[in-house]
Structure formats: C-alpha cells, structure tokens
Design a protein around this ligand. Structure first.
Ligand SMILES: Nc1ncnc2c1ncn2[C@@H]1O[C@H](COP(=O)(O)OP(=O)(O)O)[C@@H](O)[C@H]1O
Ligand SMILES: [Mg+2]
Length: 491
C-alpha cells in the first residue's frame, strides 16, 4: 500500500512536470508572442514575432531593456511587483488591440523572480463569437436605456399631469412658460402636491431636455455631506472611507437641470456657497484648484414656508430672491377639488393594470368622502389611500365604508393621532401574534417587517411629511430617509 502510494505520487509529480512543460510549449507555439522579464521587469527573452510587432527586427537587441520601452503599455511590471497573474487582458498597441495573459514566475521560496507574458490572440477577431455576443448585448442595453428614457420622459411630461381645475391649468401654464425660459424656478407647495413631477415636466419641455436632470434631496442628506454631494471632491481631498474622489451633482448636471428638492432644509453655510455658485457660475470641487464653469439650470422646491424662514433668518434673503425669479405656487389638493375625480380614476386605472384586477369604480358616496377630506399629504396621500382601499375592498367598487378608515369621519387631526397610536399598538401586537404558516420567522425579518409597518404608518400619519414624521417618532430626519430607502417604503 505504502509503496503503491509513493509510486503514484512520484508518477503524479512526473505528470505535473510534463503538464507544465507542455503547457509552456503549447502556449509558446500557439501564441503570437511570448515575453519573459526578470524581477526588475527587464526583458530576459522575447520571441521574434513579438519583437517584430513592436518594431524590433532582432530580439536579442532588446534583452535587458525595461519591458515598457519595448512593449508600450506593458503591465509586466505590475505582475512582478504584485506577484499576481493577470489572466486575461486587452493590451492596446499602435496596431490592433491584442488579448494577453501574464503570469508571475516564482522561485522555490514563493518569491516572484520574474514574469512571463503570452499573446493569446493577436487580433480580437479570434474572439469574434465572444465579441459579437458582447456587442449584441451592448446594443440591446443601449436601446433598452433609450426606450426607458422615452418612457420616463412621457411619464413626467406635461401631458401626464392630471388636473383640469382652474388652479391646475394655471400651474401648468406657468410651468410651460418656465420651460421656455432659462432662469431658476422655485416651486412652492405642500408635500405631495406634485412639485417633483412638475420639475421633470419643466426640464423635459425645456431646451435642456436632452441633458441630464439631476436631483438632490437636501432633506435626505446629512448636513455634513451636502457640500461634497453638491460640488464633489478630488481624490484624496478628504480623509475617510471614500478617498477615490467624487463627482458632485453640479458637475453631473452640466448641460441639464439640477433639481434641488426641499431646499428649505439647506444649512445656512451651504446656502452662501450655493448663492456664490449661482452668481459666479463657477465652482471648485473640494480639495482641487480646478475651477469649473457651470452650465446648469436650477429648479428648487420646498414644502416649507420659505418667506417665513427668511423672516426668521433661517434662509438667506439674497438666495431666496435669486431663486425666486420664476415662482410657481402649487396649490394643495383641497383647493382643487375639481381634480379629485380625475386623479382618483387615473390612479385606479393604473392600479387595476398593475394588479390585473378588473375595472375599479368609485361609488358616489366614496367620491363625496374623498372631496370632503382635507388631504394633508395631497396627491401622494390620495394615491396611498386608494391603494389601501383597493386592498381592503372585496369588490371592484370602492365605497365610502372602505374609505372611512382613511378619510371618513372628517376629523383629520384626530385621525393622524389615531393612526400613530395604531401604528404603535395594533401593529406591535400583530407582529408578535401573527403565526407564520411556514414556520417561525427569522428575528431580522420580523424586525424589518415591524420597522417597515411602523415607519409607513408614521409617515401616513404625518401626511407623507418626512420631517414631521421623523420629529414625531423621535428619529433624525436623514436617518428616517435612509431607512425609507433601505426598506423600499413608498413615501
Ligand atoms: N397633477 C398630478 N397628476 C398626476 N400625478 C400627480 C400629480 N401631482 C402629483 N402626482 C403624484 O403624486 C405623488 C407625489 O408627487 P411629487 O411630485 O413627488 O410631490 P412633491 O414633490 O410635491 O412632494 C407622485 O406619485 C406623483 O406622481
Ligand atoms: Mg417631493
């Protein structure tokens, strides 16, 4: 037994050596080029064909030269230094790019003493099945992206803005006018009134429609990171996890529109910097001395009472005036009751398509209930309410009874508080009590379920107003935003 194993091992060793030898020989034979370098990345050996490719008729003439002076763009030095192979790479040459593989050569101690490089294909044609597949996928990706962009544009165009009330028509008229002009736009209105939708429509109908629309939600980003978010940073400009540098939103929005949502939440110091950028039309990424001209149109929005913030000294008057060139006040839903029916049906139609349900209808008394409620969360709350009503409804007709839970009794102030209490009480109990048919739920999943429900209810109780909800449940605003994103909660 013992002898057999030893013989076998010796045999294996023999086979391994042969394999290595023949591997090298086949690579050398089939390869269009081979090069070997020493531990200083100097050429030790290169075959004639490869040397000729780089313009050297006599391979012997390049022995001892730095590999880069023979093969421009060579990465052999990296392999020698790092001791790690680069199994597949594309090397740009002054003719066609070639496909290469590079392996370190180690001594018995495992130290790297050189490296060997092979050309696997001396033209990418050899890889054409792979590349045509790649090219096809790429073309598909581009066309998908284009149609997605088209859908997006349609989704956020003026025609997708629902509302035929006098107030809505006036908002649309002002927004169309703003689209034709180039000054900053300021959108004022309660949360959920459609400010973001309008910003998209204005961008899409403006001369910058082919440029990017970049959004910064000022309320969602911690104060300390806002400046970085806006202006970006050079690599190594600041210490911390992200040393790679970062492109700021101003730079990303070049040639397009920068939508500054919840601008009322912007810290005073940054307001000053933003004002300077707007005045001078240039900015400097953090830690750089690169001055960039801005070619960005600003659309700002807020649900805060901006003039009041100015009066309290919490928003700079000069920035306010700078932004307030084209101001559009978006009225709350309760001031455009004539829109409710059309909006409700547009939402229901979408829901029936999404859920595959039949045609959804509103009872007359249901419509009356929707019209007598005061909608602190505006269109967003209307959508959430209808979504929940559809879920609760047994039939495809939604009646006032189902809606009563959300909008029914007309005592909205109490409702919000009840909701908050319910969020804590009923749902807290529900998690503990709900028996999972598939066996016990994992602790983490249960906690996530609870958190999602708790935050959803807290948001709904605050009419979709994140800052308000955060204050009520004693959570930092930015933290709440992060959790909303992480848990995929619809606001
Ligand atoms: N006029 C409108 N027509 C159709 N949908 C609207 C309209 N206004 C708002 N919405 C919808 O209501 C929700 C909230 O709108 P959004 O633009 O995010 O509001 P805001 O930015 O003012 O908080 C979105 O789902 C949006 O599509
Ligand atoms: Mg918004």
């Amino acid at each position: 037994m013992e002898i057999e194993t030893t013989a076998l091992l010796a045999d294996y060793e023999h086979v391994r050596k042969l394999a290595m030898q023949s591997l090298f020989q086949s690579l050398d034979k089939f390869s269009e080029g081979t090069v070997i370098v020493d531990r200083n990345a100097r050429v030790v050996w290169i075959n004639q064909h490869y040397a000729a490719r780089f313009g050297f008729d006599d391979p012997a003439a390049v022995i001892g030269l730095d590999c880069e002076s023979v093969i421009p763009n060579s990465m052999m030095r990296d392999v020698v230094k790092g001791g790690e192979p680069i199994l597949l790479d594309i090397l740009e040459t002054d003719r066609d790019p070639i496909v290469v593989t590079r392996l370190p050569i180690k001594d018995d101690n495992g130290d790297t003493i050189g490296a060997v490089g092979f050309v696997l294909f001396n033209e990418l044609k050899g890889l054409s099945p792979l590349f045509s597949q790649y090219a096809r996928l790429r073309a598909e990706l581009i066309s998908t992206r284009q149609s997605l962009a088209q859908v997006r544009r349609a989704k956020y165009s003026f025609s997708s803005l629902i509302g035929t009330s006098a107030a809505s028509l006036e908002v649309k008229r002002q927004a169309r006018r703003a689209a034709r002009l180039t000054s900053p736009v300021l959108l004022l209105g309660e949360t959920g009134t459609g400010k973001e939708l309008l910003a998209h429509a204005i961008h899409g109908a403006s001369g910058r429609a082919d440029g990017p629309l970049v959004t910064v939600n000022v309320a969602a980003i911690p104060d300390t990171l806002l400046e970085l978010e806006f202006f970006g940073a050079e690599p190594g400009a600041y210490t911390g996890a992200d040393r790679k540098g970062r492109i700021g939103k101003f730079e990303l929005a070049q040639g397009g529109t920068l939508f500054l949502d919840e601008i009322g939440d912007m810290p005073l110091a940054l307001q000053g910097k933003l004002l300077r950028v707007l005045q001078e039309q240039e900015f400097e990424p953090l830690g750089s001395n690169r001055i960039m001209r801005t070619d960005v149109r600003i659309i700002a929005a807020t649900s805060a009472d901006l003039p009041a913030l100015v009066a309290q000294g919490r928003f700079r008057a000069d920035l306010y005036y700078r932004l307030n060139v084209l101001m559009i006040r978006v009225p709350p839903l309760r001031e455009r009751l004539a829109d409710i029916e059309g909006m409700a049906y547009a939402i229901l139609d979408k829901l029936s398509v999404e859920s595959g349900a039949g045609h959804l209808e509103l009872d007359r008394d249901a419509l009356a209930a929707l019209c007598s409620y005061n909608w602190p969360g505006n269109v967003r709350e209307l959508r959430n309410t209808l979504e929940r009503a559809v879920l609760l409804s047994d039939s495809e007709r939604i009646d006032a009874h189902v809606l009563a839970r959300f909008v029914g009794d007309g005592r909205e102030q109490h409702r919000a508080e009840d909701e908050a209490r319910r969020a804590l009480g009923a749902h807290g109990g529900q998690v503990a009590a709900s028996p999972d048919l598939a066996g016990p739920q994992r602790y983490e999943d249960a906690m996530q379920d609870f958190e999602r429900r708790f935050l959803t209810d807290a948001l709904r109780a605050a009419g979709g107003h994140v800052a308000k909800a955060a204050a009520r449940i004693g959570m930092a605003r930015a933290t709440l935003y992060r959790r909303i994103v992480a848990l995929g909660i619809e606001v």
